[in-house]
Design a protein around this ligand. Structure first.
Ligand SMILES: Cc1ncc(COP(=O)(O)O)c(C=O)c1O
Length: 388
């Protein structure tokens, strides 16, 4: 037995990310316009970094609250009041070391090995991979794609539920499709979860990146107090903090001690200076988020309009999130096409093959960048498509 083969089958089965494969292939090339990962082109604003620096200078370098420092949980409560008109207590919030960790902890909290978790596909690959790593079968339910638009089929979702299903994982607005659940969709999913006794894991991290109103419809709008819903969230996208690794969970206070224990036995809490930065982001960052959303709106329009004009790309402008998910006429192998596109045009895209069932013919582009760069990327891609 080799050292490698003596590892657990579960860890050996964890897939390599199909997005990272592309990044590793062409990282740092001259003239590259990287649209492959889900982040903007701006560093974190100064007022957030300064708050973290002040915390470090003040000697806040010790172990701290497992659930998150009280000022951060209070700031989260104010944030939800402002953006969701929802009164939540600091006891509803649990600070995590990223949105990714929030997802992992939510799965740990709700499922046991052998259970099933149903999710909508195409999807960010980490939902399914982290469930599988916990011994949970991730069951994909494809969204419908018609005339460039993605839609949920509630009947199909219900048909995927078995006696082993413990949770429905719902990401809206969705990475990568931009599909955004309407209030009717959310009510139908919630009714289904109640009827079948399931948890909902709600990933609404892109709620403020919404192009048909102030923010996307949320389960918070349609739920009663203390339902079986775990919201996973992140500081990454709203405040350009992808490198900070900070997120949070919204949960019923009744399960607080269990979540605290799970945090204890994974990271034992998030560094206090990171949390100090997060407080500044929440309390003083609304204008920055609005700028990010305005930039995404402009870049989305530029990018999608230019590609739709080729008449070779099937897509509508997404309702939410920060991605265009493009079906390019003539592309039959998205992974090979992404390698070819980055070689020939210097535009880095994520291949739809990385997003599972229903995504294999698509390419994902993150448009949260300077509109001039986005226009240049669209022009290069349009040239590539014309030559196909
Ligand atoms: C839908 C969704 N959820 C969660 C995350 C995780 O974000 P992070 O781990 O950077 O907080 C991402 C990142 O791309 C995402 O797209």
């Amino acid at each position: 037995m080799t050292i490698l083969s003596s590892l657990s089958p579960r860890s050996l089965a964890a897939p390599e990310s199909g997005i990272v494969e592309l990044v590793n292939y062409a990282r740092g090339r001259d003239g590259l316009i990287p649209l492959w990962v889900g982040e903007g082109d701006l560093p974190t604003p100064d007022f957030i970094s300064q708050a973290a620096q002040e915390s470090l200078r003040a000697g806040e370098t010790f172990y701290t609250w497992q659930r998150g420092i009280p000022p951060l949980r209070e700031a989260l409560s104010r944030y939800y009041q402002r953006h969701f008109a929802k009164t939540l207590s600091p006891d509803n919030f649990y600070v995590t070391g990223s949105g990714m960790q929030a997802i992992k902890l939510a799965i740990e909290a709700v499922t046991s090995p052998g259970d099933e978790m149903v999710f909508l596909s195409p999807a960010w690959p980490n939902f399914a991979a982290s469930a599988e790593l916990s011994g949970v079968r991730a069951v994909a339910v494809p969204l419908n794609f018609e005339d460039g638009k993605w839609q949920i089929d509630i009947g199909r979702l219900e048909a995927a539920i078995t006696p082993k299903t413990r949770a429905l994982f719902v990401n809206t607005p969705s990475n990568p499709t931009g599909w955004t659940a309407s209030h009717e969709d959310l009510k139908a999913i919630l009714a289904l979860a109640r009827k079948r006794g399931l948890w909902i894991m709600a990933d609404e991290i892109y709620a403020l990146y919404y192009y048909n109103g102030v923010r996307a419809p949320s389960f918070l709008d349609v739920m009663e107090a203390d339902e079986r819903i775990l919201f996973v969230n992140s500081f990454s996208k709203n405040w350009s903090m992808t490198g900070w690794r900070a997120g949070w969970i919204v949960a019923p206070p009744e399960i607080g001690q269990v979540l605290e224990n799970l945090i204890q036995y994974s990271t034992s809490g998030v560094a206090q200076f990171i949390q100090a930065g997060a407080v500044a982001a929440l309390d003083r960052g609304d204008a920055f988020v609005a700028e990010n959303v305005a930039k995404a709106t402009r870049s989305r329009d530029l990018f999608c309009d230019a590609l739709i004009a080729t008449n070779r790309v099937e897509t509508l402008k997404p309702d939410g999130a920060i991605y265009a998910f493009l079906k390019i006429d003539g592309v039959t192998d998205a992974r090979r096409a992404a390698l070819d596109i980055v070689d020939k045009t210097g535009v880095g895209l994520a291949p739809g093959t990385a997003f599972g069932e229903g995504g294999s013919l698509f390419m994902r582009a993150c448009f949260l960048r300077d509109p001039r760069q986005i226009a240049a990327a669209a022009e290069r891609l349009a040239g590539y498509i014309a030559a196909l």
